[in-house]
Design a protein. Sequence first.
Length: 550
Amino acid sequence: MISEAGALERGRGSYARQEWEAAFGDLSLADRTSPLPAEDLVRLATAAQLLGRDAEGIEAGLRAHQEFSRLGNSVGAARCAFWLSLSALFKGDRSQSAGWTARARRQLEEAGQECVECGFLEFSDGLRAFFEGNVPLARERFAAAIALGTRFRDADLLTLSRLGEGRAQIRLGLTAPGVALMDEAMASITSGEVSPAIIGVTYCSVIDACHEIFDLRRAQEWTTALSHWCARQPDMMPYRGECLVRRAELMQFHGAWLESVTEAEKARAWFERASAPRSLGNALYQLAEIHRLRGEVAAAEGLYRKASQAGRDPQPGLALLRLQQGQTEVARTAILRAMEEARAPRIRTLMLPAAVEIAIAAGDGAMARAASEELARIAATLDTPFVRAASAHANGARLLSEGHAAAALSELRAASALWRDLEAPCDDARARLLIGLACRALGDADSARLEFEAAARIFDQLGAVPDRARVTELAREPRARDAGRLTGREVEVLELVATGVTNRSIAKQLGLSEKTVARHLSNIFTKIGISSRAAATAWAFKRGLVRPPA
């Protein structure tokens, strides 16, 4: 039978070597034989946290706090209280978090000395203020924590506090210095300067901040760097909760759809265990997005519904699914409602590209123009490659739908270059499909064919079934005789469509009902073998029914 002393020494050794599974097992075994000393309870709590055993970690942390308090070690007890406060805050239990912070503060007052733990309390106060929206106060507290971290040369406190200060600066519009502080915090992680206990907290906060400002390139760079570091500790679980959702989003963006599903499923399981319905909705929405992209309509619709039930607005994904199903007006109504409710710049930035796509399909030129112009203003302010790419893509699509093929081509080529630089294959393929349509509208059939082939190859590799079908449909050369099959009224409608006029305006100009205009469009699409206004516009220009704008 293994002795308690042997298990304890092995556990301490495994902990020092950062072998977390072995450390947890041996320290737990030793604890069952004889209650662990306070310092070893801290080791047990840390190992449990790094393995994702949060309940065991909190229990060990509570016992460590009690043991330090019993021994009169107020500083040790205060540090345990800080970590318990942080755990409660990340779970959304702000009252519990405040209670633990108050206890830590009282214990440090009893100790009667200024120490590095005072800096951790400043950080805790700053984090709570940040979550409550009081960013100026948060920044003050983080600055005070940095001063104490510098004074006591504590790498953990400095890393956390610089991260907090960086996020506060970003929230206040000081993006460049804020990002520099985040980079410094992450550099401390990957260089091994800090304790493993703060690795997950730091990374997840950095990746969340990168998503907040749409700096996906930086998010991917730090994800790759940290993944390499974590590979040396295979039993460690640095990613959890919302962090897993962010990772799933990154993987989808980069075309790693199977890996994205894996991460999203992990997040789903995490939130189900934690009984966090709102966050669960984010994981369900991400899973729905992958199913939509692959053309798995029933699965996507079911997941969007579950996300909605969990409190997550299923837009813009559900509206795009409706568009994919041919329910254009339903999609338009849904995205307009979502845009009405969206106030946060990040949410609007995610909604606007979908709004442009849906508006073009619905023939609502005014809506497409307003959405693309708003996205352009955001891109000018935020100035990150992702938002610039999204803006150029949306503007190019709008210009093409209005018949401005040359201007559209310039925007779409810029978007494609940015998407490729960001390693976003699906978005790049969609831009290249539109480039092909623009080239064809300008009479360059060879270039159009090459772009269509490139887009089709990417969609095949991704398994993007709906997008691949769209390439097949739009790349098909209309037959020359098809123009003669259109009635005079259909030609009139097509001419107006090609100049970017909405169905409502067409109906007014021709003295028809909107329903009649819609029927004419349906007939036109059937006769010339296309399914979108953009393709109809390109067809009309190529056949000389409409002259390109000067």
